[in-house]
Ligand binder design. Structure first.
Ligand SMILES: Cc1ncc(COP(=O)(O)O)c(C=O)c1O
Length: 465
């Protein structure tokens, strides 16, 4: 059906009686106004938050000129998304990652969860094994299990995947006992969920080399890419000559996509963390072969993404909207706000917890999460029976319940442990909680006051020194 429909699209004068499309004269919507912050100020995010910053309105019309007519945006569309929006995002990717539409096509998605579940389905047959960080986002790692995909955990530290672990898994793989060698690496390279870690450039390069050596496809799930902290300041002369967007992009850590010479990276971006999650819109960059398969899968599953979202994005990045430069100004200002929240979290953590040594946190340079390490080895009832067996899980369950009773909910590490056949490698590393600093200051402070108190009670005076 979609092939016939595309034929009609390529033939402008054809009279089509083929589709059950509601005619746009019957759409009960003729205009949508999106009131947004103006981004030509020093700090649009904090001014907007305070409620008295300048604003701007993007307008989508059904019957008047605008970046994307509602006649088109609200009609049934192509699974890959509307061409204008895809072209805009392709240009945006070129600015950010240097990849061009000649090598990588852009396909729209309903956010990264949608994009990933489709990629898992496309890339894996039942019985295949995929590689993943040993702690990862369970919403995604649970997704392909029903399809018969097995996960193989790759060891990580505070900077993410250890290339040596990746290489040794692939080298030691015994196809007789374990079946086909993994051909997919699913990774969250920036502000990793749950650990908050960001792969260094050096590690990215090493991992990409390993991927070339072992012919891996890299699924780069990067919803926190735009939220990077402690970056080099943007340089005014560069802004003058290259524009804000390009100058800002140079302060972000290079993506796997930017290194991709042979079409093995599928990069998955989302508007969820930088505009709104409810818009359900993201974009995928992949080689044209994968893009075509993704489109077919979308045509026979979710159908094309949200029309209102596409209308918004077209106006936002279009000539009367923020444009790519203005969008990056918003992102830059959002980074400042999240960096401030991160620093607030760490300051209060230090005040409430830091001096007792029962728990510590690193300083994430991207994303929304800190990975709180609980030093259970100092607990009087801690018992380690070997590298893979201890009472860490029991003690963490106990602490989780005490925190919950005290009024604070933190995500226990066991929620994120890779759902592989063999959980031994992560068992002794379950002494972590994921916490977010994305909330408001008052909530963060109240939670950490309780956390510090419950932690002290949990360890008691008997803590081993
Ligand atoms: C690592 C990771 N991937 C994917 C998603 C889903 O994102 P989206 O809202 O774009 O579907 C999330 C959301 O929290 C996430 O943290």
């Amino acid at each position: 059906m979609k092939a016939v429909w595309k034929l009609a699209l390529r033939t402008p004068n054809i009279i089509s009686l083929a589709n059950g499309d509601p005619h746009n004269s019957l759409y009960p919507i003729s205009q949508i106004d999106f009131k947004v912050p103006a981004v030509n100020t020093e700090n649009p995010c904090s001014e907007w938050k305070s409620g008295d910053g300048p604003t701007q309105t993007f307008t989508s019309y059904k019957d008047k000129d605008c970046a994307l007519s509602l006649q088109v945006a609200l009609q049934y569309g192509a699974g890959a998304g509307l061409l204008d929006v895809r072209k805009t995002l392709s240009g945006f990717n070129e600015m950010l990652h240097g990849c061009t539409s000649a090598t990588h096509d852009v396909t729209l998605s309903l956010g990264n969860a949608d994009a990933l579940t489709k990629c898992f389905r496309l890339l894996g047959d039942p019985g295949d094994s995929f590689l993943v960080e040993e702690f990862s986002f369970p919403g995604m790692t649970n997704a392909p299990l029903a399809h018969g995909i097995k996960w193989v955990p790759v060891m990580m530290d505070e900077d993410g995947i250890l290339p040596t672990s990746l290489e040794s898994i692939l080298e030691a793989w015994d196809t007789d006992t374990r079946g086909k060698r993994p051909h997919v690496l699913y990774t969250i390279p920036s502000g990793q969920n749950p650990t908050g870690g960001t792969l260094t450039l050096e590690r990215r390069r090493e991992i990409y080399k390993i991927a070339c050596r072992w012919n891996l496809i890299i699924l780069e799930d990067d919803p926190y890419y735009f939220l990077q902290y402690d970056r080099k300041p943007v340089s005014p002369p560069d802004i003058e000559s290259e524009g804000y967007g390009k100058t800002f992009a140079k302060t972000l850590i290079p993506s796997f996509l930017s290194m991709d010479k042979d079409g093995r990276v599928i990069r998955i971006d989302s508007f969820s963390k930088i505009i709104v999650p409810g818009m359900r819109l993201g974009w995928i960059a992949s080689n044209p072969f994968f893009a075509e398969k993704l489109e077919s899968l979308t045509d026979s599953s979710t159908q094309h993404p949200h029309g209102f979202g596409q209308a918004f994005v077209a106006e936002m990045l279009g000539p009367k909207g923020w444009g790519p430069d203005g969008f990056m100004r918003w992102v830059g200002s959002l980074c400042d706000e999240y960096q401030r929240k991160r620093d607030f979290f760490l300051k209060i953590f230090l005040r409430e917890v830091g001096d007792n040594g029962f728990a510590t946190v690193g300083t994430p340079t991207a994303g929304m999460f800190v990975w709180i390490k609980v030093h259970l080895e100092r607990h009087p009832r801690y018992a380690e029976e070997g590298p893979t067996s201890s009472n860490v899980e029991e003690l963490m369950d106990e602490l989780f319940n005490k925190l919950f009773d005290g009024g604070v909910l933190l995500m226990p590490a066991k929620t994120f442990a890779c759902p592989s056949d063999n959980r031994d490698s992560t068992r002794n590393k379950l002494n972590h909680f994921r916490a977010t600093f994305a909330g408001v200051d008052g909530t963060i402070e109240n939670a950490l006051v309780i956390f510090g108190k419950v932690l002290r009670e949990f360890f008691g005076e008997h803590a081993a020194s």
